[in-house]
Design a protein around this ligand. Structure first.
Ligand code: GLC
Length: 652
C-alpha cells in the first residue's frame, strides 16, 4: 500500500496550534499557581543539542518535578520540596472520589474467592485483609511452629502490616517520581536513585517506562497525568529529528523526553520550561524506539476505557497521531513476512542482544496496537485504505506468529525431523531451518506440558530463546490463541525456578554465554551472562505477567510472583534488575528506585485486587477477524499454494 502524505503534517505545527494546545491542555489546571505561557518554537535549529522544544515560559521559575522528601521506609534521604506534591494530592483525592478502583473492596473479593477455592477460610480475617500468598505463608509458618511446639509469635499481623507499608511506600515513591511541565504532571522519571552519580538518561521520562506508571494512576482514578502525557508526547511525535543528515519516519514517537528549564530569550530574570525529546539520536547505539508509538496507542485506549473520557482519542490531532504511527508501521517495504522488521535494540531490550529482524516483543506490541487503533479510529472517507491494510495485516500477522513462532514438544519434534532445502510452494520447512540449530539446552528445557513463542524467526534461523515480554503480551493481546496462552502460563509454572526463582521475571532465557555472548552482544560488559538484558530479572515485568494471568483467569500465578517480589523489592530499594541465574543479586549496574519496578509492583497489586480492571489492557479478536482467520487457514498455506492464490487478500 502506498502511503499518502496528506496527514503527515499535523495542524499543531501551524501558527494556530499553540493556543489550541495551551487552552486545551491546561484549562483544567488553572488552580495551579504557575502562570504558563506555552508556545512552540518553529525555528529550524535547536539550541545546544537541538533544543527546539515545546516551551512553557514562567515567571515563577518552575522547577522540574524531582520531588524529594525525607524519612521514607525505603531509605530516601534527600531534603523536602513537597509543595507541588501537596497540590497534586489534593487533585488526586478529587479524582479518586469520581470513580477510581476501590482497592480495599476488590482485594477482599478476590481474596475471599480464592481462599474459598483453596480452602483457606479458617485463616481469613476480613478486617485485616491479607493477600493469598501471605495466608499461604502464614499457614506454612503455623505448620512449622506447631510441629516445633512453638506458637503465637504474631507473625501474621506483621506480614499483613508490612505488605501494606510496602504498598504505601511504593505509592509515595511513584508520586515522588512525577515530572512536571508548566505545573502539570506529564510523566514519571525513569529512576530516582540518590546513590547514583552517573544519571545518564535515567532522569528522563521514557515512554515505555511510563506505561506501568500510567496504568497505576489510571487504576487509582488519577487521570490527569496520563492525559497530559498522551497529549504532550503526541506533540513530540512530529518533531524534527535527524541522525547526521537522515530523518526517520514521520510517526516516530520519542524513546524519552526531558523537561528542561532554560533562560527565556531576552529576559535575564525569567526562565521557561522546554520539552526536549530523544528519538534515539542521543541514545546509546542510536536506535529508534519502535515500541514507543505502539505503547502510546495501547495507553491511549486504556485511558479511554478506564476514565470513560473518549474525547481525547476522538480529537483530530490524536486521530492523526494514531494514523501516523500506523502508516509508519504498515508502509510497504521489501518484506515477505507480515511481522515488523526492526533493528536490534528497538524495544525494552535497547542494546545489542541479537534481536534484530522480527523480534517477538515488537510483534506482540504491534498486534496489540493494531487492535487498539482499530477500536479507536473514527471512520472517515480518507481512512478506508488504512483500515483495509490494518485488517489484512492483523490476520496475516496472527497467522504467521501462531503458526511459525509456536513451539512445544510436538512442534519441536517436528522441527527435529525437518527436511531441508525444499524448493516448492508447499514446503513444510518454509524457512529452511536446519534441525541442528535446536540448541542442547532446549531439548532438556522444553516441558511436556506447555509451550511458548520463540524470540525471532528469519530465513534459516529460529531464535529459540524465551522472551518474557513478547510471550506475556501475546497472551494479553490475543496474538496467541487461547490454547497457546494457557500453554505459555503452563510453561511459566513448569519453569518457575528458571523464570522467577528469587525475583520475577527473567527478561529472557537462557543467557548468551562464551563466544555466543562475544559475537552477538559485541562483548557488551553490561550484558554479561545472567545480567541486565542477557537474562537478568526485571521486577517491572510483574505487571505484564499479572495482566496475562488475569486475562486467562489464573490469578494465583501472579499472586505467587508478587509474594516473591514483595520479600525483596522494598528491602533492596526497588532495583531496576537483578543478576545471576536465580536472581539472587541486585544487578551490577542496576539503578535503585527505578520507577517502573515500583509502578509494575503497584499495577500487579491493583489488578490482584480487581482482576476485571485488566480489561483496559487486554484485547480479543472479534468475529470478523476470526472469520477472516479461518478463511486463511482453509486456504492453508501448508498445502498447495501457487502464485495465484498467494495474491489473495482478506478484506474484513
Ligand atoms: C534501560 C532499559 C530500557 C528502559 C531504560 C530506562 O535502558 O533497557 O528498556 O526504558 O533503561 O529505564
Amino acid at each position: 500500500m502506498s502511503m499518502g502524505t496528506s496527514e503527515a503534517v499535523r495542524p499543531v505545527l501551524s501558527g494556530a496550534a499553540p493556543q489550541f494546545l495551551c487552552s486545551d491542555l491546561f484549562s483544567s489546571n488553572l488552580d495551579l499557581v504557575f502562570y504558563s505561557r506555552c508556545h512552540i518554537k518553529t525555528g529550524k535549529k535547536r539550541g545546544p543539542r537541538y533544543l527546539q522544544s515545546l516551551k512553557c515560559s514562567s515567571m515563577s521559575g518552575c522547577q522540574l518535578g524531582s520531588y524529594r522528601y525525607e524519612g521514607l521506609g525505603g531509605g530516601l534521604y534527600r531534603n523536602t520540596t513537597i509543595d507541588r506534591l501537596k497540590l497534586l494530592s489534593c487533585k488526586c483525592q478529587q479524582a479518586e472520589s469520581v470513580g477510581g478502583v476501590d482497592a480495599g473492596e476488590g482485594n477482599a473479593a478476590w481474596f475471599v474467592d480464592n481462599a474459598k477455592k483453596l480452602n483457606l477460610n479458617g485463616l481469613i480475617n476480613s478486617q485485616n485483609i491479607m493477600e493469598f500468598e501471605d495466608v499461604e505463608q502464614l499457614k506454612r509458618e503455623n505448620e512449622v511452629l506447631m510441629s516445633s511446639g512453638k506458637a503465637g509469635t504474631g507473625t501474621s499481623t506483621f506480614a499483613a502490616a508490612s505488605v501494606d507499608s510496602i504498598e504505601e511506600e511504593a505509592w509515595e515513591l511513584l508520586r515522588a517520581s512525577m515530572v512536571y511541565y508548566c505545573g502539570s504532571p506529564v510523566g514519571t522519571i525513569a529512576a530516582n536513585d540518590p546513590t547514583c552519580t552517573d544519571v545518564l538518561n535515567y532522569d528522563q521520562v521514557f515512554i515505555r517506562d511510563f506505561i506501568p506508571s500510567g496504568i497505576a494512576f489510571l487504576l487509582k482514578g488519577e487521570y490527569d497525568i496520563v492525559r497530559n502525557f498522551i497529549l504532550h508526547t503526541l506533540q513530540l511525535q512530529s518533531w524534527e529529528k535527524t541522525m547526521d543528515c537522515h530523518s526517520p519516519g514521520q510517526g516516530l514517537m520519542p524513546a524519552s523526553f526531558k523537561v528542561r528549564t532554560v533562560p527565556l530569550d531576552g529576559d535575564d530574570l525569567a526562565t521557561e520550561e522546554v520539552l526536549d525529546p530523544d528519538f534515539g539520536e542521543a541514545a546509546i547505539g542510536r536506535v529508534a524506539p519502535v515500541d514507543s508509538g505502539l505503547w502510546w496507542i495501547i495507553l491511549l485506549r486504556a485511558y479511554g476505557k478506564c476514565s470513560g473520557d473518549l474525547s481525547v482519542q476522538e480529537r483530530v490531532d490524536v486521530q492523526t497521531g494514531i494514523k501516523m504511527i500506523l502508516r509508519l508501521c504498515l508502509a510497504d517495504g521489501f518484506d515477505m513476512f507480515p511481522t515488523l522488521l526492526v533493528t536490534d535494540g528497538s524495544c525494552m531490550i535497547d542494546r545489542r542482544m541479537g534481536i534484530h529482524g522480527h523480534p517477538l516483543e515488537i510483534q506482540a506490541l504491534f498486534y496489540s496496537a493494531l487492535l487498539c487503533a482499530r477500536e479507536m479510529l473514527t471512520p472517515e472517507d480518507g481512512s478506508a485504505d488504512l483500515l483495509r491494510a490494518l485488517n489484512n495485516r492483523l490476520v496475516a500477522l496472527s497467522f504467521h506468529i501462531r503458526e511459525y513462532y509456536w513451539i512445544d514438544m510436538r512442534k519441536l519434534n517436528e522441527i527435529y525431523r525437518y527436511k531441508t532445502e525444499e524448493y516448492s510452494y508447499d514446503a513444510i520447512n518454509k524457512f529452511n531451518i536446519y534441525p541442528d540449530q535446536i540448541s542442547p539446552w532446549l531439548v532438556e528445557w522444553m516441558p511436556n506440558r506447555g509451550g511458548y513463542l520463540i524470540g525471532n524467526l528469519q530465513p534459516a534461523h529460529m531464535d529459540f530463546r524465551f522472551f518474557s515480554l513478547g510471550n506475556l503480551w501475546a497472551v494479553v493481546s490475543g496474538l496467541a490463541t487461547t490454547a497457546q496462552s494457557h500453554a505459555i502460563l503452563d510453561l511459566i509454572e513448569a519453569k518457575w525456578a528458571d523464570l522467577v526463582a528469587e525475583m520475577p521475571f527473567k527478561i529472557c532465557y537462557p543467557a548468551l554465554e562464551g563466544q555466543e555472548w562475544q559475537i552477538i552482544t559485541g562483548c557488551d560488559p553490561k550484558n554479561t551472562p545472567w545480567s541486565y538484558h542477557n537474562s537478568g530479572s526485571w521486577p517491572t515485568l510483574l505487571w505484564q505477567l499479572t495482566v496475562a494471568c488475569m486475562k486467562m483467569n489464573r490469578p494465583e500465578i501472579a499472586a505467587k510472583a508478587v509474594s516473591v517480589a514483595e520479600k525483596r523489592l522494598s528491602r533492596d530499594k526497588w532495583p531496576e534488575y537483578y543478576d545471576t541465574k536465580k536472581a539472587r543479586f541486585i544487578g551490577k549496574q542496576s539503578r535503585l528506585f527505578q520507577t517502573w519496578s515500583i509502578a509494575g509492583y503497584l499495577v500487579a497489586k491493583l489488578l490482584l485486587a480487581d482482576p476485571n480492571a485488566a480489561k483496559i489492557l487486554t484485547t480479543e479478536e472479534d468475529s470478523e477477524l476470526v472469520n477472516a482467520f479461518s478463511c486463511m487457514i482453509t486456504a492453508n498455506p501448508r498445502r498447495k499454494r501457487g502464485p495465484k492464490s498467494s495474491k489473495q487478500t482478506y478484506i474484513v
